[in-house]
Ligand binder design. Sequence first.
Ligand SMILES: [Zn+2]
Length: 275
Amino acid sequence: MAERSLTLMAVHAHPDDEATSTGGILARYAAEGVTTVLVTCTDGRCGDGPGGVKPGDDGHDPQAVVAMRQAELVASCEALKVTHLETLDYADSGMMGWATNDAPGAFWNTPVAEAADRLAELIRRYRPDVVVTYDENGFYGHPDHIQAHRITMAAVERTGIPAKVYWTTVPQSAFQEFGKVMQEIGVEFPEPDAADEMPALGLPDDEITTWVDTRAQGGQKFASLAAHASQAENIFFLRLGEERFTELMGMETFVRVRDSTGAPTPEDDLFAGLR
Ligand SMILES: [Zn+2]
């Protein structure tokens, strides 16, 4: 009997989120013959429109943004050789506090149980061994990222299928280098008092369970990010160029929150204990 291939599922909030924190693992594991499934929960309608028109400004047509971003998402998946793309097509909720949070069909406005049902159906269909999503703060507090976390954990609970579940994270030791690079490419950060309201980003290095070297996939990861050209103004990393981007972002890091394999940590492979 032919052995079933290993399967990785990444659950993300918006078109373009797949690239930054999981582009490397999606490309690397696809190259190893793993089935890769990307689930994108929202349609990205609160992104920039054609010509860089900002959401809420005159001429920002959500439907046109959705169509453009869907095509970019498909191109990004081609760059990463993602085997299956699934979109849940909830309306992008926009940043915390925007009126779009409460719009009909907004992801943030959708009961967790309802969206988790749809994700659970995908988990039953693909039977992923490994599921990756965000931490409970959605890494940086965006409502759609928080909601993606909530529905994923609910769907995992409901199905009990994945052997391992991970949240994306960044080692706190990397922040100094990030800060330097951001300054160099002219990105300004909010004043510290605004940042005080947010839980700390990332994790101390010794709390990170899983370090996956994806430097060999740097070109694919950069191409995946570059496929989201309509959002380029918000994608600071594109300004680094492929080589420096790979130096900075080539190691993808995770915290393992569910495991039935007993694989020792720290580990350097999401499928440790499953091969
Ligand atoms: Zn996002």
